[in-house]
Design a binder for this molecule. Sequence first.
Ligand code: UD1
Length: 417
Amino acid sequence: MQRLLIKGKNKINGTINISGSKNASLPILAASILTKKLVLKNIPLVKDIFTMTDLLRFIGIKCQISKKKNLIKINNLKKNLNTVAPYKLVKTMRAGILVLGPLLAKFGKAKISLPGGCAIGSRPVDLHLMALKKLGARIKIKNGYIIAKSPGNLRGTNITFPKISVGATENAILAAFCAEGITTLNNCAIEPEVKDLIKFLNKIGGKIKFKNRKIIIVGTKKILNTSYKIMFDRIELGTYIIAAGICGKKIKFPNVDANLIKTEIKTLKKTGINISFDKNNLFVEGCEKLKKLNIKTEPYPGFPTDLQAQIMVLMTQAKGISKIKENIFENRFMHVSELKRMGAKINIRNNVATIEGPTNLSGAEVMATDLRASVSLVLAGLIAENRTIINRIYHLDRGYFSLEKKLKNCKANIKRI
Ligand code: UD1
């Protein structure tokens, strides 16, 4: 089993190129079920993407991956696809549920394994199913599978989500894309990745508009072939900005859109980290005397839950008592016990973490539990004294492309063993 070995206390310095967004790529790959031929560029070739292409191949779609060019060519010319997503492909990656909407829309049926819970919470799919039922699907759960059927075409309707969900919004958009008539979705997730999906769907012939949290989809049957460049990964960017903030001299991030991470920038600037821009480049300079911070995680444009574990590491270095209220997932503090083993002073009460700093972290052998928790341990390892060994880094490989290489290029002492 592979592990990461980090020798801490090296200042990092240089340029980090941010990869394409995993969370934008996954729904767009699911959307390929609706299309015939596509070229998807700027795909981060991480484990979740390979799981999604395995799922698409299982369904009957040809996916040709170019590792050199970070692109995937999709060829979906078979008339009849396999409308099943098996447990083995959905259990490791919950985004597998995103093929439900497009399969149902195109073939009127789908059988998708229920994804089940994961380390960060129970993660139900009731909102996905509610939206599809409103569009006309009949759904039952049998033997761990969602069995969905639509007697005729799906029909446009008015749907209001009782709670904001990224995945349910995406699944509903994908299902409504070729439904008859107009679908209006209210109280939607408006994460940049949802907007990237809409931009892509409009490029293949869709008629989708949005305003605030309302999305209006005029169903279409005409679908065009296209080539599309996926947006950058704002969570990967946020992660490395935090790394630069806690142990960077100066790091440059080329070709990113700072407008998409305004909340994160505003929040991090409050701690004393120096963040500046020049055209599409962002520069971050580390800060020796970080100030404490209080944050809560919220749907976009609020502070993302996917950066909660990383900013907690920063808080261990800030002077005073910092607080984090986790509002999105009920069990997303799995990294805390490992950070405490490295010397962090953190208390959890209900969904609030209280962090006392600054603390000198010391290297230890630790265990990754989920994607963002693993990367928080990497950040902790970078600032800790001596050696940190991180086990179970397959979690990290699900979502961070070339992490060691990117950090090593900036003079971090990190290697895979
Ligand atoms: C997506 C992201 C994930 C991120 C999360 C929140 C992808 C592939 N993953 O996950 O990285 O952490 O958004 O920003 O894009 N919920 C329900 N019922 C449902 C669906 C969700 O109650 O049917 C709840 C969840 O348990 C959670 C909240 O809604 O409490 C938000 O989850 P959601 O936005 O759906 O997360 P994902 O789309 O799974």
